[in-house]
Design a protein around this ligand. Structure first.
Ligand code: E4P
Length: 216
């Protein structure tokens, strides 16, 4: 399983990129709005930092508008992936864009049949949301398991991006199930680096080294 970072914040993207663990970025309208800056400008800056798929989401609710926005967004950089909502109009736009060779990420997926439809419309990626399902008392990871099983059984090449990731347990479960990608907030990436025994181990190594008056 590979990692994308789920943010539109340039500093966070730089920090995660410097760790060497991410190979793409996902944004959404809420994340862009949080930055309070021009959408196109933010996306452009992201493409200068990360050399991998960068999801930029359309705002229109009809296929025609989505396709028009997508055509504008793909001009920013070759790595732009068009993120579209899982609706009938979103499916129509996904089909048109895939026929034009434009990569797509169908988002707001909350059921396995939604993921299957998006794949059949030609989506490059689907984004099932785990955290938001957990929030309403369902097990978000069950959805990931189901989508992985369906895609494997049907030789579907559309890649699964586990989205709405809230903690390192989500990440390890998604990797165990065999999802292609997890898009993870910086906070969770940082949590994943930590273990108390790692810190304790370093402390002891340094203490022993200094106690022996050694030099490197
Ligand atoms: C995915 O692409 C979305 O941007 C994101 O994962 C949503 O996460 P949230 O449910 O924490 O807002």
């Amino acid at each position: 399983m590979r990692f994308f970072i789920d943010t539109a914040n340039i500093e966070e993207i730089k920090e995660a990129n410097d760790l060497g663990v991410i190979c793409g970025v996902t944004t959404n309208p809420s994340l862009i709005a949080k930055e309070g800056r021009d959408f196109i400008e933010v996306v452009k800056e992201i493409t200068d930092i990360v050399d991998g798929p960068i999801s930029a989401e359309v705002i229109s609710l009809n296929a025609e508008g989505m396709v028009a926005e997508a055509e504008k967004l793909v001009k920013i950089h070759k790595n732009i992936v068009i993120k579209l909502p899982m609706t009938e109009e979103g499916l129509k736009a996904t089909k048109i864009l895939s026929q034009r060779g434009i990569k797509t990420n169908v988002t707001l997926i909350f059921s396995s049949v939604q993921a299957l439809l998006a794949a059949r419309a030609g989506a490059t990626y689907v984004s099932p949301f785990v955290g938001r399902l957990d929030d309403i008392g369902q097990n978000g990871m069950d959805l990931i398991a189901e989508v992985v099983e369906i895609f494997n059984a049907n030789n579907i090449e559309t890649q699964i991006i586990v989205a709405s990731v809230r903690n390192p347990i989500h990440v390890s479960q998604a990797a165990t199930i065999g999802a292609d990608i997890a898009t993870v907030p910086l906070k969770v990436i940082k949590q994943m680096t930590k273990h108390p025994l790692t810190d304790k181990g370093i402390e002891n190594f340094i203490k022993d080294w200094e106690g022996a008056s050694l030099k490197l």
